[in-house]
Every structure is written in C-alpha cells, then in structure tokens.
Ligand binder design. Sequence first.
Ligand code: AMP
Length: 219
Amino acid sequence: MNIILFGPPGAGKGTQAKRLEKSRNLIQLSTGDMLRAAVKAGTEYGKKAKDVMEKGELVTDEIVINIISDRLDEADVKAAPGVIFDGFPRTVAQAEELDKMLDSKGMKLDGVVVLDVDDEALVERITGRYTCAKCGKGYHDTFEKPAREGVCDECGGTEFTRRADDNEETVRSRLSAYHAQTSPLIDYYESKGIVKKVDGMAAIDDVTRQIEEVLDSLA
Ligand code: AMP
C-alpha cells in the first residue's frame, strides 16, 4: 500500500509516518529528511538546496523528483509492503511526475491522507519542536516533554537538535509556500477520488487511530 501523508509543515506528517513504519512496516520517504541528509553530506544536491531550505522556499522539482525516483529503486523500498510519501509531492508538477514514475515502476497510489489543521496552531507547534540527536524521537517544549528533563524517553540520549528552518520567520515562508504551491494538490487528488481527510488537531494518538482506520478501509 502506497500513500501520501499530506498537510502543511507542522501538521504531524513525520510523527505519524514514523508510527506507521512501526505498525505496518511501511517505509517513510521524507524528501525533507533526504534533503537535510544531502546538505549535511555536502552533496551536489545538498549544496543547491541549502540556501533555499533556509529561506523556507521550495527546492526545484527536478532535485526532489530525482531523489525520490532513486530512493524508490533501492532494495529495502522494493521489498517493503509499501511507502509513505511525506513532504512529497509539493507542486502539481511533482504530482504529475510521481504518477508517471509510479506507473513506470509498476506501483500505484492507494490514498492521500490529508491532515486537516488550523493554521494558527502551526507556528507554535513548529517553533517548539526538537528531536533526540541519537534516536530521532520528536519532542515539544510545551506539548511533549521527556519524562526526565534533558533525557530521551526512548534511548536515554542527552543531546537534542532543532531544525535550522524551525524559526518563526522561516516557518511563515514555509506556510506561504504551502498555501501557494502545495495546497492546490488537494484538488488534483480529489479529482482522482483518493483523498481521505483526518482531524489533525486531535491528540497524537487519536490522529494515529484515524489514519489506521483510513488505511484499513483502503486495504
Ligand atoms: P520538510 O522537512 O518536509 O518540512 O521540508 C523542509 C524543506 O525541504 C522545505 O521547506 C523545502 O525547502 C525542502 N523540501 C522538502 N520536500 C520538498 C519538495 N517535495 N519540494 C520542494 N522542496 C522540498
């Protein structure tokens, strides 16, 4: 089963994708994570993407399409029961390319799960979030603190990181990019009849439950 987890930055796509990896053995394909890894490694794509990402704008369609296409050909993805696209596609051109790409690889999209969230909540959600540097578990200054301050619940790690683009100014441009370039994709997928909306403002566990129900209905 291949799905897109869709929604603005801060909607909870990454958190929910990680849960679905565990519950369904699906593989999360986050173009944001892949681009951050490319920036860190200093690859050609990473060099091109760095400044654009820091400004909260979108990197070129060509770059993300290439990294997704390459990733889909890797052995672990081929062997998995399906993938979760997270943060991709983000433009109509990317969605059209994705259709072609899946077709040529003998794959298909089963559903687009839209996390419906209130715009006002997003800035607070994003600017307060951080992750364990060792295992990647996500936390939030207000909404999800570790049980013992400064110690990761999952792995005991004591170092935490924040994304360079999770500051208020960049978040505002990321939200503008979402509304201008990405939200029109909902109509694109509505026309294919594969959109399923869930209430992304609910508690994290409740959102997971809603998504699991959607996936059960698609299976
Ligand atoms: P994310 O982790 O999904 O919030 O993405 C972080 C940043 O990476 C975005 O603000 C964009 O600059 C870039 N990015 C990630 N995915 C895409 C995409 N599909 N198309 C264009 N830019 C992307």
